[in-house]
Design a protein around this ligand. Structure first.
Ligand code: 13P
Length: 339
């Protein structure tokens, strides 16, 4: 393990005003996204869509790094340049999603544990050769009647730490993603409680397994009302609850926290990030690692058509620029109108 490499990479990923593009949708998830625009999901359409995003002129001013799905890591841009090289040549760091998805947790109805540890060391060696400098592993915590159980939180925290230690052994920066889902009818207070339990368990395991906190990033959910909750906490309340919770459970040695968007609308995800950074006096960089909230308008503008590539790129550029401003606490809703 080269601590210096890990620390430099992690810091570069959260340079001021920059964040991460999560373009690592699995084959199943990208099919759902393509279904929404009536585009068939085959290897070539997936390649063309990612090519559009990655060749967006100027996106490197706002996007420090991109999470790829394994298939994409080995695909090429239309001119034959491997995506990992195309990104690296622009100064954008390529990374890869390495988990094998959330599977039912034995003896725990309605709960999952993320799989993919077997053979991970060997896969990481190959991914690094192919250009990956960081990785992502997503654990899923579901809120419901009597869940999450401590058993589920513990099992996922343990796997996240094992993954993170293996990554660092190969000089790959781990993005540690414990996602508390935002889909239920719970209040923001319940989300705060579950997020607190989760982060506490995750950092205890990371410590236990000797993970270098300075050489990793955390990718959490925001502390937010469940989507089905009749009363939705406002932007300022979400920002304050999220910062309060992170300050309690995330050591200041962690260089950056990059949020997932979790199905929030694109503008709301930007407003939340901005409000947190406007609070100021934070021990870590707070930025984005959005999938849907960075891509939704670009996906719609593209619609699978070659002639719409420029329109898709404009839509992606705009969201990246707004989120870059939010990562500095400099976003205003006027930025949306200007577009
Ligand atoms: P969303 O921002 O769409 O939640 O995706 C981020 C991600 O990478 C989830 O693992």
């Amino acid at each position: 393990m080269n601590a210096d490499t890990l620390i430099k990479t992690a810091q570069a990923m959260v340079e001021p005003g920059k964040g991460v593009l999560a373009a690592d949708e699995s084959t199943g998830t990208i099919k759902k996204r393509f279904d929404s625009i009536n585009v068939e999901s085959v290897e070539e359409t997936r390649r063309a869509y990612r090519d559009m995003l990655f060749t967006t002129p100027g996106m490197e001013d706002f996007v420090s790094s991109v999470i790829l799905f394994e298939e994409t890591l080995y695909q090429k841009s239309s001119d034959g340049t491997p995506f990992s090289k195309l990104l690296a040549d622009k100064g954008v760091i390529p990374g890869i999603k390495v988990d094998k998805g959330a599977k039912p947790l034995a003896g725990a109805e309605g709960e999952t544990v993320t799989e993919g540890l077997d053979g991970l060391r060997e896969r990481l060696i190959e991914y690094r050769k192919a250009g990956a400098r960081f990785a992502k592993w997503r654990a899923v915590i579901t809120i419901g009647d009597g869940i999450p159980t401590d058993y589920c939180i513990q099992a996922n925290a343990h796997a996240l730490a094992r993954y993170a230690a293996l990554c660092q052994e190969q000089d790959i920066v781990p993005i540690v993603e414990p996602e508390v889902l935002m889909d239920a009818d719970n209040s923001i207070e319940v989300c705060e409680d579950v997020t607190s339990r989760t982060l506490q368990a995750v950092f205890a395991e990371l410590d236990q397994q000797g993970v270098l906190l300075e050489g990793m990033l955390l990718k959490p959910n925001m502390v937010i009302s469940g989507k089905q909750c009749p009363t939705q906490a406002d932007v300022q309340t979400v920002a304050e609850a999220t910062v309060r919770t992170l300050k309690r459970y995330v050591p200041s040695a962690v260089p950056g926290i990059v949020f997932l968007s979790g199905g929030q609308s694109d503008e709301l995800a930007t407003a939340h990030l901005d409000a947190m950074n406007k609070i100021g006096d934070l021990p870590w960089a707070l930025s984005f690692s959005y999938g849907r909230a960075l891509q939704a308008p670009a996906l719609a503008a593209w619609g699978g058509k070659n002639e719409n590539v420029a329109a898709g790129q404009r839509a992606f550029f705009h969201r990246a620029k707004c989120n870059s401003a939010a990562a500095k606490g400099e976003y205003t809703s006027a930025m949306e109108q200007a577009a």
